[in-house]
Design a protein around this ligand. Structure first.
Ligand code: PLP
Length: 476
């Protein structure tokens, strides 16, 4: 079983560190001649960087490129005419109210309906007064981080983690400590070990950030046994949990799992979103939090945006009131299942030995590990040349590890495009392997055998930085 790395925290950019420091002691002027304001930026601004996903935008929008990169929901599967006339009716029927400022906490009717949605994942005790509507769950992440995190605080997060959360944590100048995962999700023993070590180091751990269902980017789901174990650890160590759950209703094989929040209403703050089950363009998400926290979140919202947009909140509430949204979620799940199958079948058929990947049973993503010694970031220009795009794994780690991984999204392209994309990718990996063995032969005078794919193509354990370092050592 992989373990989280041990050892004391290291400074920013140091290889092998598992605690990344967002706080910069000095503001260092950058490119003062290119940007005359460069020496005026806040320390946190210097830590901001383009995400691996946004960096790919110009490439993936070319029609000849098969993009397995972006996590865009298949909104064309929505009944667009019905949604269009529903929004039209909304403005003509409700009039000025839809175009006016609203409350900082969000529309009460929508908050009621959000409680119905959460009940599908076992959260039956939530009241609308504990819900804060946000501009997508991305704003929810930002609000929660603002409310809890000071520069230098530690946030525990899975290895790998959602890139948008890492961006928020970085701008709050938090230090992220990654916790190893495997096919069953976050490893409870690794979580406990991290907590013990953080306590010994005197670190202020503010919360665990976790995506228990159909993880972005790992594609895995926290098992029932592990959910219990994680909650028991949280209880023992008085740990706050941020449960980020945009994909939980998009399972392929079983009923939605019981949320962590359903097990503890005080220790878990729950983030939800309509981006994957309805529309990401409406930008409607929410936080469910104990009343005292909710107060702070509303204050933080008011300072940030005054209130969430009225029109899109009414649109979501009306959609939930008048449209068959549960059936629509089933339809989405069927569509994503078909795309997942196309992706896994072509990976099984075409990927060279030594490549492994996860087998998601819901959501949007497959997490792929390249054969030993290959680097997804360095391989990326070749892949783009071959007209296929993916997201290199390093974007999903706060400490620069994960070079041997990539995220493949099957949510957006049609099944045939997915098959073609995987075919192109397999060729790129093969060419890279050839190149690699040639250089190995030059370096060492021998050809090194490339590892075989595990029987059944089960995913290899997803590892945190400790094993990534082993990989770095192996290349030396
Ligand atoms: C795990 C996770 N959290 C949060 C978000 C943000 O979603 P939104 O702001 O659209 O609700 C995403 C989007 O991909 C995600 O994958």
């Amino acid at each position: 079983m992989p373990t989280t790395p041990t050892g004391s925290p290291a400074g920013p950019g140091q290889q092998g560190t598992h605690l990344t420091h967002g706080a910069h002691p000095h503001v260092v002027p950058r490119h003062p001649r290119l940007d005359p304001l460069a020496d005026r930026y806040a320390a946190r601004t210097h830590g901001m960087k383009t995400s691996e996903i946004r960096a790919l935008f110009s490439v993936v929008s070319r029609p000849e490129v098969v993009s397995l990169a972006g996590g865009m929901p298949a909104v064309t599967a929505l009944p667009l005419d019905a949604v269009g006339s529903m929004i039209g009716d909304l403005v003509s029927g409700m009039g000025a109210q839809t175009l006016q400022y609203g409350s900082g906490q969000g529309d009460p009717r929508l908050r009621e309906r959000i409680c119905d949605v959460m009940a599908l994942e076992g959260i039956r005790d939530a009241s609308a007064s504990e819900v804060v509507v946000t501009v997508g769950s991305q704003q929810a992440l930002d609000l929660v981080t603002r409310v809890f995190v000071d520069p230098g605080d530690v946030i525990l997060a899975e290895a790998p983690s959602y890139v948008g959360a890492l961006g928020v944590f970085q701008s709050a100048q938090a230090r992220v400590r990654h916790i190893a995962m495997d096919d069953d999700g976050l490893i409870p023993e690794a979580l406990e070990q991290a907590l013990v070590e953080c306590r010994a180091n005197g670190d202020r751990v503010k919360f665990l950030y976790t995506v228990p269902n159909f993880h972005n980017p790992a594609g895995v789901t926290l098992t029932e046994t592990r959910r219990e174990a994680v909650m028991a650890i949280a209880e023992r160590h008085d740990l706050l949990i941020i449960e980020d759950n945009p994909y939980g209703l998009l399972g392929f094989d079983h009923e939605p799992m019981r949320a962590l929040r359903a097990r503890d209403s005080q220790r878990v703050i729950y983030l939800g979103s309509f981006s994957k089950t309805f529309s990401p363009g409406l930008r409607v998400g929410w936080v469910l939090a104990p009343l005292a926290v909710r107060e702070k979140l509303v204050l933080a919202t008011e300072a940030q945006v005054l209130c969430p947009p009225s029109l899109t909140q009414y649109a979501v509430a009306r959609y939930l009131d008048t449209q068959p949204w549960r059936e629509q979620i089933k339809l989405f799940s069927e569509l994503y299942r078909e795309r997942r199958d196309a992706c896994l079948e072509s990976l099984d058929a075409m990927m060279p030995a030594g490549t492994t990947w996860t087998r998601p049973d819901g959501g949007f993503y497959v997490w792929l590990k390249l054969p030993h010694g290959l680097d997804a970031k360095r391989m990326q220009p070749r892949a783009v040349n071959a007209l296929v795009a993916y997201v290199p794994g390093i974007g999903f780690y706060a400490d620069g590890s994960g070079r041997e991984y990539m995220r493949l999204s099957y949510c957006y392209p049609e099944p045939d495009q997915i098959r073609e994309g995987v075919r192109r990718l397999a060729r790129v990996v093969e060419a890279e392997l050839d190149l690699h063995s040639t250089f190995d032969a030059v370096d060492t005078g021998t050809f090194r055998a490339v590892g075989r794919r595990a029987s059944g193509h089960d995913a290899e354990t997803i590892v945190g930085p400790a094993n990534s370092n082993a990989y770095e050592d192996g290349r030396a």
